[in-house]
Design a protein around this ligand. Sequence first.
Ligand code: EPU
Length: 431
Amino acid sequence: MKFVIKGGRKLNGEISLSGAKNAATKMMVASLLTEEACSLENFPEIGDGHITAELCRSVGSKVDIQSGRLDIHTPEIKTFRVTSLTRRNRIPILALGPLLARVGKAEVPILGGDKIGPRPVDIHLDALRVMGAAIKINQNSYAAEAKNGLHGAKIALRFPSVGATENTILAAVLAKGRTIIQNAATEPEITDLIKMLQKMGAIISLGTNRTIYIDGVDKLRGARHRILPDRNEAVSFACLAVATGGRILVKGARQDDLITFLNMLRRVGGEYDVLDDGIAFYRRDNLRGVEVETDTHPGFMTDWQQPFTILLTQAKGNSIIHETIYEDRFGYTKDLNLMGADITVFTKCLGELSCRFSGENYQHSALINGPTPLKAANLEVRDLRSGIAHIIAALIAEGESVISGVEEIDRGYERIDERLGQLGADIKRVH
Ligand code: EPU
């Protein structure tokens, strides 16, 4: 599937945020921890939701997704093996904890690397091992067993991985005793997952210094939860407003989740008004170059650098993006250069700090020289976030761009073509 996009229009109007993809899918997995029914409101109709529904159904869940609501019920785990998925995302590894907790065994497919880096799961597996799981790495799967059940443990993560923090929490809520996770990730989607688990009967506290305490309970019950709005969508739409020179009210956007982004947007020359029902974004003056370093929460998120780079191609002077979360997340800058951008990537750390990739051969820093007008191009989507950057670039480029492989964008952005069309974008989906 492709998008055909004609650039050059200012986008104006209102757009409502969907529920956060990176919370919704984890909450579906969390529902496997109880034999009672759970429902999720503000559920995004995205590809990743359907892929995760397939995973849950494969182990015995009944799943019903209808107009912004998901009902899920797993009275019995029918199999501990998640091996026959037709489509993949990063979620199956998170099923290890709930399956171990409910049936003492779990087997999930090996996910492999993807287009943004190797994405290993060693931190997940180490944590589960400390909690009493024996894990075998087969050619195509991770097979785990906890003969005597999982027990609480003190676990210091070597890096505050989002997925490993979630996996450990999901395993710990039904484990025997107390689990302490040090150096945990603290992303808002994790807090929202904790809120859902608390409604289900879990005992979880957030301590200072990235520490999470979980006191295992015997049983969890069903719950109804409203998923937090997607802050990654909010940033994408904010960049769209500033890039096209329009004004977009992003309904549901929460200042709390976006503080670092809002500061950076103002530095570059964007502006925003925080309103009761969302945040309105627009351009204040000519854009100017800035230095950005991606980081774990509450830093500037790695999923924001791609749409933000489009602004930097239009900003006067040099800008730097130092990507410290993923090794290989600048492939899309080649596409932008084809469109007329001037971006060079480096293996050294640009900017003030050296990061854990220092001395490695990863192209993880980008120097952007602007402003450069962009012209239309034919592009192939590499991954979700660079896909949205392609769309924003095409919307400010002169001429007609064709973006193929948009299924990848549909994985995380609900009906993006229709919603952008309502803001005045000239975008058509071609099958
Ligand atoms: N890492 C390890 N070992 C592990 C786990 C992670 O070395 O066991 C490394 C990764 O290779 C990576 C870094 O730690 O370099 C961060 O990975 P993390 O585990 O924090 O990320 P994730 O859980 O795989 C989630 C989101 C990503 C988002 C990151 C960072 C989901 C499904 N994915 O990934 O979102 O970029 O956190 O915030 O929640 C997206 O939505 O497009 C997306 C990629």
